[in-house]
Design a protein around this ligand. Structure first.
Ligand code: BLG
Length: 491
C-alpha cells in the first residue's frame, strides 16, 4: 500500500520497481547453496567410515564428525544424508559432482593443493602429526631417527605431505603410503610390529590408544594443524558462512568440547595406565566371561556390553575381587543383594554375572516412571552402586534446588552432597559416599563406549597384511581367549 504523501504516478513507479525486484529475486537469480539445501530438505555429507569420523554402534550411526554434522542438519531443519568415500582422493573428487550441495566432513586439513578444488570452513579441532612406534623399540625422537625404518602412512593426507617435505632434508628417508587402510589399521600394524612406524593425527592416537597397548608417541612431526569441513570450490559462500556460524556456536555452547572429550578423551579419563590395562584385560580376561555376559544379558534384556562394562568397573573382570567394604566377586554384590538375587557363591563368576544382570534389570523396572527414558540406565547404575534409597534422597535434593530430578546431568551434580552433613542431615537415608556412584557411572559409560566400538560388527578398513577384518584388542586365535561369538571375533 502507498503512503498518501506519494503521488499516484510515483506510487505506480514504486510498485513496479518493487515487483521488478521480486521478479529478479524470485526467478532471475539462482538460489544460493544454502537455499538449495533448504529447498531439497537434505544436508548431504560425505565422510569416511572410521572410528574418528563415522561408524555404527549399538544405537546406529555415530562418530565425531557424524555427531557434529547431525547437529548442523538439525539446526538447518533438514534431513541428514551420509555417504562414505573409500579414500581421501575419492572424497574430494565427489565434491561438486553430486546432484546438489555437499559437505565433506572427515577430519580434513586445508593443504595448499586442495584449495583449488575445495573451500574450507573455520577449524573445529586442533591436532598434530605424531610419529608412532612400538614400545619395545627405541623411541624415535627426531626426524633422523626415521631413517632405515619401515614407515607406512595414509595416502593423500598431510602426513604424506610432511614425509615428502622431510625427504628434501633427508633424501635417504623412505616411506610407503596406502589408500587401502585407515589410520586405525596403521596403529594396529605398529602394535603388531608389522611396520616400524606410522604418522597419524593426535586425535586418532587419543581415540585408539586404548585398543593398542603397545603403541607410543615418538615425537610430533608437525605441531598444529586444524581440521575443517570442505565444500566444492565453486559453491558460493552462503553455506560456508552458515557452517562457520554453526561451528562458532558449537564452540561457545560447549558442544565441540563434549564431543572431543567423548571421542578423544579415553586416555585423559582413564589415564595412560588405565587405558593400557583396559586394552590388555580386553584381550586376556574378557573372553573368559563373555559367553556368560551375553547369556545373562539376553535373559534379562540388557545390553551384554553394559554388563561387561559394569563388571570391568567393579572388579576389572576378576572373580575374586574384594572391596574395602567386603563386597565381593566379579559384579561386586553385597551379601544382602546376592541373597536376594539367588546367588549362593559370590566368587563364582557365572553366578555373580547372573546376579548382577538380574539386579540391574530389576532396578530399571523399579525406577520412577518420570525418569527420562534415555537417562534410566544411568539412574539404574547409580542405584546399583549406592542403593535406591540414597538415589531417591539425591533426587529430592535435586528438586529442592530447582533442578530436574528426572535428568541424570542434574542429579549427578547433587549426589556428592550426600557426603556432606549440611545436606545429608536433611535426607531420609542420611550419609552416603555420593561421589562414588557419579564416578561409577562415568567410568561405566566410558567402558561401554569402548566396548561397543570394539565389538561393532563391521569396523572400517580391512587388514592390509592378513586380509581379514580386524577387531582391535581381541585377537583371533589368542591362546588366552575363548571367544565364542562372531560379533567379537570377526572371521
Ligand atoms: C551396593 C549394592 C546395593 C546397595 C548399595 O551397595 O554395593 N549393590 C550390589 O550389591 C550390586 O544393593 O543398595 S541397598 O541394597 O539399597 O542398600 C548400598 O548399600 C557395590 C556396592 C557398594 C560398592 N560396590 C556395587 O557397586 C562398594 O563396594 N564400594 C566400596 C568401594 S571401596 O572398596 O571402598 O573403594
Amino acid at each position: 500500500m502507498c503512503l498518501l504523501t506519494i503521488s499516484p504516478i510515483r506510487c505506480l513507479l514504486l510498485s513496479c520497481a518493487v515487483s521488478l525486484l521480486i521478479t529478479l529475486n524470485g526467478c532471475g537469480k539462482p538460489p544460493t547453496t544454502l537455499e538449495r539445501i533448504h529447498e531439497q530438505g537434505v544436508l548431504h555429507v560425505i565422510t569416511r567410515n572410521s572410528p574418528s569420523t563415522y561408524f555404527q554402534d549399538r544405537n546406529g550411526d555415530t562418530g565425531f564428525e557424524y555427531e557434529l554434522v547431525k547437529h548442523f542438519a538439525k539446526q538447518l531443519g533438514v534431513e541428514l544424508k551420509i555417504d562414505t568415500a573409500d579414500n581421501i582422493d575419492q572424497l574430494f573428487s565427489l565434491l561438486g559432482t553430486q546432484n546438489g550441495p555437499v559437505i565433506a566432513a572427515a577430519g580434513l586439513v586445508a593443504s595448499p593443493d586442495r584449495l583449488a578444488n575445495a573451500r574450507f570452513s573455520d577449524p573445529y579441532l586442533d591436532v598434530s602429526s605424531q610419529v608412532i612406534y612400538h614400545q619395545k623399540n627405541a623411541r624415535p625422537k627426531q626426524p633422523k631417527d626415521l631413517l632405515g625404518k619401515s614407515i607406512l602412512a595414509l595416502k593423500g593426507t598431510i602426513h604424506e605431505d610432511n614425509l615428502k617435505a622431510l625427504q628434501q632434508d633427508y633424501p635417504e628417508l623412505s616411506y610407503a603410503v596406502s589408500d587401502q587402510v585407515e589410520s586405525v589399521d596403521l596403529l594396529r600394524m605398529v602394535d603388531e610390529e608389522q611396520i616400524d612406524l606410522t604418522v597419524v593425527n593426535s586425535n586418532q592416537v587419543a581415540m585408539n590408544q586404548v585398543y593398542f597397548p603397545h603403541i607410543r608417541v615418538g615425537f610430533t612431526l608437525q605441531d598444529s594443524h586444524q581440521l575443517r569441513w570442505a565444500i566444492a570450490a565453486d559453491d558460493d559462500v552462503s553455506l560456508l558462512n552458515e557452517i562457520n556460524r554453526f561451528l562458532d556456536n558449537a564452540r561457545q555452547s560447549g558442544l565441540l568440547q563434549r564431543l572431543t572429550e567423548r571421542y578423544y578423551g579415553h586416555v585423559d579419563t582413564l589415564g595412560y595406565v588405565g587405558a593400557y590395562s583396559f586394552a590388555r584385560h580386553l584381550q586376556q580376561r574378557l573372553p573368559h566371561y563373555e559367553t556368560w555376559f551375553r547369556n545373562a544379558a539376553k535373559e534379562h534384556a540388557v545390553d551384554w556390553r553394559l554388563l561387561a562394562a559394569m563388571g570391568y568397573q567393579e572388579s576389572h573382570w576378576l572373580p575374586t575381587a574384594t572391596s574395602k567394604t567386603g563386597v565381593r566377586g566379579l559384579m561386586m554384590l553385597t551379601q544382602r543383594t546376592a541373597k536376594a538375587m539367588g546367588v549362593r557363591d559370590r566368587l563364582n563368576p557365572q553366578q555373580s554375572i547372573q546376579g548382577g544382570a538380574r539386579y540391574i534389570a530389576l532396578l530399571m523396572k523399579q525406577l520412577p516412571v518420570s525418569i527420562y527414558e534415555a537417562d534410566r540406565i544411568w539412574f539404574a547404575l547409580a542405584s546399583y552402586n549406592v542403593g535406591m534409597g540414597h538415589l531417591e534422597d539425591a533426587r529430592k535434593l535435586t528438586a529442592a534446588e530447582g533442578l530436574d530430578p528426572n535428568k541424570w546431568l542434574d542429579v549427578k551434580m547433587i549426589l556428592p552432597r550426600l557426603a556432606q552433613k549440611q545436606w545429608y542431615s536433611k535426607t531420609r537415608y542420611g550419609y552416603a559416599r555420593g561421589g562414588e556412584p557419579v564416578h561409577f557411572v562415568n567410568n561405566i559409560r566410558r567402558y561401554y563406549d569402548i566396548l561397543t566400538w570394539v565389538t561393532q560388527p563391521q569396523i572400517e578398513g580391512t587388514s592390509l597384511i592378513s586380509g581379514t577384518t580386524h577387531v582391535p584388542g581381541i585377537e583371533p586365535g589368542d591362546s588366552n581367549s575363548t571367544p565364542t561369538d562372531p560379533a567379537v571375533v570377526v572371521p
